[in-house]
Each structure stands twice: as C-alpha cells, then as structure tokens.
Design a protein around this ligand. Structure first.
Ligand code: RIB
Ligand code: CA
Length: 328
C-alpha cells in the first residue's frame, strides 16, 4: 500500500487546477478545493452536459460561493467521435435542481488547453491537475506541450474503475466519454492518482446529510447545494436504484488534502479502445497485489498509477459537508 501525498504533516495547501464538467458532484469538488487547496483555476470540458452548459455552471458556482478563480473554456467534443452527455442524471442544464445565480463574469480569453499549460509552467513542480470529467483538455495539452507531464506534480483522476462501470457494465462515464484521451493521460508518465467508480460509488450524501445542509442554519450556498443534491439523489434513485448522491469528483481532491481517508495500490492501468462491449474500460492489473504472485506476473506491466481501492467514506463526506456549510 502506498500512502497518498500531502500527509497531515504538510502545512502548505496543494496548488490545484480542476478540469471538470459541472455536473452536481463537480460543483462540490470545486467548493471543497477552493477551501482546502490553493485553487489556481478551473477548466471546463464537455461531459455531463454541453461545454456551454458546463462552463456556465462552473461560473455560476463560483458566483454563488464568491470564488474569484479564473475559468477557462475547453473542448466541446472528444478526440474521436461525438460527445456523450448525462442529462438523465444531471438534467438538461447539467446542473438542474436549484435557482443558480447568473454568473458575475465570463471565462478568461485563454482556451483551457493553453490555460493548463500556462499554469503548469508558472507553478512548475507544484501543480496538481484534478481531472474530474472527460480528459480531452488534458490529452490535448499533453500533446501541445510535451514537457507538461514533467512540469506537473501530479494528475489526480476521478475516472475509470477497478470493478464495474456506470455508463456501461465495463466503463465509467468520464473515461467512456473520451477513451482515447484517457489512454493518452494514463500513458503520459506524470505521477497519477486514480480514484475510480469502484470507490466513489460508495461515497456520497445520504438524505439526512442533504437535510442537514438545509437545516443547519448554513448560508445561501448550503441551501442551494442542498437543492442541487436533492435533484441529484432523486436521479440516482430513479436511474440506479441507489440511495446516496455519489460525490465522485471530490474524492479525487482528497489524496492532496486528507490522504489517510483513501487506500491506494500501485498498478498498471490501460484503457480499452476497441472492445465492442468494453470500450472505455480501465484495465487495472491488480494481479501483482496477490502475495507470492510469480515474478513474471509482477513484471508483466509496469505500474503507471496509484489506484484507489478503498475509502473511509463517512469521514470523507463529513469533511465535505463541514466545508460546504462554512460558505456564506
Ligand atoms: O462517472 C462519474 C463521473 O461522471 C463524475 O465525474 C460525474 O461528474 C460524471 O462526469
Ligand atoms: Ca465530473
């Protein structure tokens, strides 16, 4: 088992850029990173909804919470094929369920791909790139700037799964929505933390926790978030028969805030691109985790990521709720 970075002894906030497709759980990841990291920027991408919607949603969340964080628009479609959206879960706008404020500003001029490169160069060796949507922007940034992987401290990914998928039996949505991009990111050589659906599906808001957001005398932010989470939970019940509002994306922030709440193993991760039934599946080689596995298996594929296999979900969610309640 390897400890994630940023142990309790580290005092400095991790410098973080979030690439996202808000998205109800993306919104929580933004709020949490804004308080528990040094959030230097947000880039938006197609995914849960169109780029226009995910960008407006990111700006609306920043307006709601009073976050002065630059937002840069990214790619509207995957490297190959057409965009896949998740309207059944996140609604027509990508962030249905509440009255959101009209954004008080627009995105910056720079394209997300250029913004990622600029920030990585400015914060060389310090920047953690949290990728919580389809990985199109990041894949193109790596192609546009071959030094990018060496500039980044880490890439932390909400994506993939060591077990079941959500959008298909084998594939998790973010990787499925742009498998070619994900394959490029996992192969880029930067230190990678993967927090997949196998862990995040068990980590979410219950109905009493959503009620707490509304009832605890929190600020306007908590009240709006409670409405958003109620919509999201109702969708999870309707589509998946789940009884929690899974906080997938914020789990990818935790390795750099409270690493003791997640357990990682080092593994080789590759993305299936050709399978009729398995396109977008993250094939994680966990065989070498078996004690006494023959050397040949252990050497078969060199690990390229730290892969989350467990979380202290209740403590993680308790921390998230405290942060949301503290917003005005
Ligand atoms: O599969 C979960 C992922 O897909 C999350 O990032 C959620 O926001 C959606 O993008
Ligand atoms: Ca997302």
């Amino acid at each position: 088992m390897t400890a994630a970075p940023g142990g309790r002894e580290e005092l400095a906030l991790a410098k973080m850029l979030i690439d996202c497709d808000p998205g109800h759980d993306d919104a929580i990841a933004i709020l949490f990173a804004a308080r528990r990291c040094d959030l230097v920027g947000i880039t938006t991408v197609h995914g849960n909804a169109s780029l226009e919607n995910t960008t407006r949603n990111a700006l609306a969340i920043c307006t709601l919470a009073g976050l002065d964080v630059p937002v840069a628009r990214g790619c509207a479609a995957p490297l190959v094929g057409v965009a896949t959206h998740a309207g059944d879960i996140h609604g027509r706008t990508g962030l249905d369920g509440a009255e959101l404020p009209v954004p008080d500003r627009g995105p910056v001029e720079a394209h997300a791909v250029d913004f990622i490169i600029e920030q990585a160069e400015r914060h060389k060796g310090e920047l953690v790139l949290a990728v919580v949507g389809p990985q199109t922007n990041v894949a193109l940034a790596l192609r546009r700037e071959p030094r990018l992987a060496s500039w980044l401290k880490a890439i932390t990914i909400m994506g993939g799964s060591t077990t079941i998928g959500n959008i298909t039996p084998a594939a998790e949505f973010n990787v499925y929505a742009d498998p070619e991009a994900a394959a490029a990111v996992f192969a880029c050589g930067a230190p990678i933390w993967m927090v997949g659906y196998n862990v995040t599906r068990q980590t979410g808001f219950t109905q009493p926790e959503i009620d707490r957001l509304r009832a605890a005398g929190g600020g306007r932010t908590a009240a709006v978030i409670a409405d958003l989470m109620q919509f999201y939970l109702d969708g999870q019940r309707r589509v998946f028969g789940l009884d929690i509002a899974p906080m997938h994306d914020v789990c990818a922030v935790f390795p750099f805030v409270r690493p003791e709440l997640l357990t990682f193993v080092e593994a080789a991760v590759e993305v299936e691109l050709a399978g009729r039934l398995t396109r977008g599946m993250t094939v994680c080689d966990l065989r070498n985790k078996r004690a006494g596995a023959p050397g040949a298996i252990q050497e078969a594929r060199r690990p390229n990521a730290r892969v989350a296999v467990a979380s202290d979900a209740r403590s993680l969610i308790a921390e998230v709720i405290d942060v949301v309640l503290a917003f005005p």
